[in-house]
Ligand binder design. Structure first.
Ligand code: DOR
Ligand code: ZN
Length: 345
């Protein structure tokens, strides 16, 4: 048996939802991860510091006895977000970042940003405070092909923003293209990119070849293999600008397996097994700790976790449950398409 001990990982992009779904999915994350950046795209969204504090309390209330977990809260940026509220939340540590969804880009993003000029006062305040901006990096222009939306976002939004606010800490979340990898690698300032579990494992063929596979549909949508390989190279390179943000995003099966299915892959239970498998395959197991446990805290200026996790590999495949039951219905767990041999000890 091979064993690997690393500092406990964090998840720098996570959807926990609320209510029954929150109670069902939280243990799958808390089992492996010490902290996570919690996405604010609830219905209605988490738009004020008071909303974030109330949501944080609901998360802590849902945490089973004996488990430890620290939710790092975010605000959902709207065109009416108050810079003073953001500043107050940053000052007392109630929020760790602010999330920008272009309006209409993804699940529950209708109250997102249409005109970036309208949120400049908030972004200027964040730059002054050093408070990170997390970005869903896709344009929503209907004329732009869905596979090009990240690259066009870099040209139209990210480059001008990076130039206008050189001090703003930026996380380009769930990078899916070689263009995104290049931008994160080369942009000046406090710039980083998170990479999901599923975008390291699948390509668009996994969604579309041999029948449509709704459980691989997410946003940004998975791209062709050259892009997936650029993500693998970035994640396993040790480059401190890249770290794990799973974007684990549970939806009940009826909302995935239908005529207009929701975007999102539920990866929390299998992420560490998938990553160990991938890093081993790439001959980079010694860099898994940087990607999962060190680079994220460095970008967010938080200490890495003192606690550790031990991963062990067995000759026999490890069985992971294919579905998670929740009070709202069953949620299909991400299937990487090959057996997994790693588990947390
Ligand atoms: O696939 C996704 N699911 N991408 C997102 O940006 C949102 C997420 C969700 O909330 O389901
Ligand atoms: Zn997300």
């Amino acid at each position: 048996m091979t064993r690997l001990t690393l500092r406990r990982p964090d998840d720098w992009h996570l959807h926990l939802r609320d209510g029954a779904m929150l109670r069902a999915v939280l243990p799958d994350t808390a089992r492996h991860f010490a902290r996570a950046i919690i996405m604010p795209n609830l219905v209605p969204p988490v738009v004020t510091v008071a909303d974030a504090m109330a949501y944080r309390a609901r998360i802590m209330d849902a945490l089973p006895d004996g488990m430890t977990f620290e939710p790092l809260m975010t605000l959902y940026l709207t065109e009416t977000t108050d810079p003073a509220d953001v500043a107050a939340g940053a000052a007392d540590g109630a929020i760790t970042a602010v999330k920008l969804y272009p309006a209409g880009a993804t699940t529950n993003s209708a109250s997102g940003v249409r005109d970036i000029a309208k949120v400049m006062p908030v972004l200027e305040k964040m730059a002054e405070l050093g408070l990170p901006l997390c970005l869903h990096g896709e344009v929503t222009d209907p004329a732009v092909d869905i596979f090009d939306r990240e690259a066009v976002f870099i040209d139209r939004v990210l480059n001008p923003l990076r130039e206008a606010l050189p001090d703003l800490p930026i996380t380009l979340e769930h990078v899916t293209t070689a263009d995104g990898v290049d931008w994160v690698s080369g942009a000046p300032g406090r710039t980083a990119g998170s990479i999901t579990t599923h975008h390291l494992m699948i390509t668009r063929n996994d969604i579309l070849v041999g029948g449509i596979k709704p459980h691989y549909y997410c946003l940004p949508v998975a791209k062709r293999a050259t892009h997936r390989d650029a993500l693998r190279a970035a994640a396993t390179s040790g480059n401190p600008r890249f770290f794990l943000g799973t974007d684990s995003a549970p939806h009940v099966d009826p909302l995935k397996e239908c005529a207009c299915g929701c975007a999102g892959c539920y990866t929390a239970p299998v992420t560490m097994a998938c990553l160990a498998h991938l890093f081993e395959e790439e001959g980079a197991l010694d860099r898994l700790e940087a990607f999962a446990s060190l680079n994220g805290p460095a970008h967010y200026r938080l200490p890495p976790n003192e606690a550790t996790i031990t991963l062990e590999k067995s000759d026999e495949p490890v069985t992971y449950a294919a579905k998670l039951g929740s009070g709202d219905g069953p949620v299909t767990v991400f299937d990487p398409g090959h057996p997994l041999h790693w588990r947390a000890a």
